[in-house]
Write a protein that binds this ligand. Structure first.
Ligand SMILES: Nc1ncnc2c1ncn2[C@@H]1O[C@H](COP(=O)(O)OP(=O)(O)O)[C@@H](O)[C@H]1O
Ligand SMILES: [Mg+2]
Length: 262
């Protein structure tokens, strides 16, 4: 088995505010190995974004956040994060956005622009480097965000519902894009999605989260053949089997939640 890239052990996270304390995660443990794609599904509010932020190291310095447990990332300085909203800088061109991380790292302009155009080509945006984010569709902006995360050449890529705002067609084509990029680069990817189908199509393993505070309820290994495609994978019996199992589990979770509220 490949080496561990991410190791989370007994992680609990609470937010403190003047109005009280919100327990967002409780006793979460799992690992992600090098080259794996692990996907996470779970109802909104179960702590998925909190979990990614904890792994990205964005919570450790916050005074209003209480963390217990262990989060370890090998090469913690080498993480790319694709946020739920594309978070591009509007005053920079597409290529300059993609090259942002490289610029921070001190890569000279000519070299970083060369790298940016290579990754723009990889996500199907050749020739768009000189445009500004507002000139692009939502789907194209998400591709730029993906290219930016990849151009930085991180060992680990975190993605928080990166395709959430896209129509089904664009979504499927970006899923194929992610699969192809992964085939080529073998990066380790941890991705949150609210789409069960997407979690199965992309994931080597699917973690199902639930509860308040959130925890990992179960894990499904996805045995779909590779190379995968968004359309092709949906036709496999293994896909339907997993879809039903995960759907049943999430339905149970929603029911439990409604009972608590009544
Ligand atoms: N900055 C914050 N302050 C207080 N509570 C927060 C904060 N961020 C998130 N929460 C709460 O923590 C829980 C988990 O949130 P989040 O991680 O965003 O869940 P998800 O991404 O699964 O929707 C929710 O109950 C949410 O309201
Ligand atoms: Mg979220």
């Amino acid at each position: 088995m490949a080496a561990e890239r991410v190791s989370v052990e007994g992680l609990s996270v609470s937010y403190l505010s003047p109005t009280g304390r919100v327990d967002a995660l409780q006793d979460v443990s799992f690992k992600v190995h090098d080259g794996e794609i692990v996907t996470i599904v779970g109802p909104s509010g179960c702590g998925k974004t909190t979990l990614l932020n904890a792994i990205a190291g964005l919570l450790s310095f916050r005074k209003d956040v209480l963390m217990r447990g262990i989060v370890h990332v090998r090469d913690a300085g080498s993480i790319g994060y694709v946020f739920q909203r594309d978070a591009l800088l509007p005053w920079r061109t597409v290529a300059e956005n993609v090259a942002l991380g490289l610029e921070v790292r001190g890569v000279p302009r000519e070299k970083r622009m060369g790298i940016a155009s290579r990754f723009l080509r990889m996500v199907g945006l050749e020739g768009y480097g000189g445009k500004y984010p507002h000139e692009l569709s939502a789907g194209m902006r998400q591709r730029v965000a993906l290219a930016r995360a990849l151009a930085y050449d991180p060992e680990l890529i975190l993605m928080d519902e990166p395709l959430g705002s896209l129509d089904a067609q664009t979504r499927a084509s970006l899923q194929d894009e992610i699969l192809m990029v992964h085939e080529r680069t073998r990066k380790t990817i941890l991705m949150v999605t609210h789409d069960i189908a997407e979690a199965i199509i992309l994931g080597d393993r699917v973690l199902v989260m639930g509860g308040r505070p959130g925890r990992v309820n179960s894990e499904y290994r996805v045995e779909l053949p590779k190379p995968r495609s968004s359309h092709g994978s949906r036709l496999e019996p293994e896909f339907s089997r997993l879809y039903r199992a995960i759907w049943d589990e999430l339905k149970e979770e929603m029911r439990a939640r409604q009972t608590v509220r009544q």
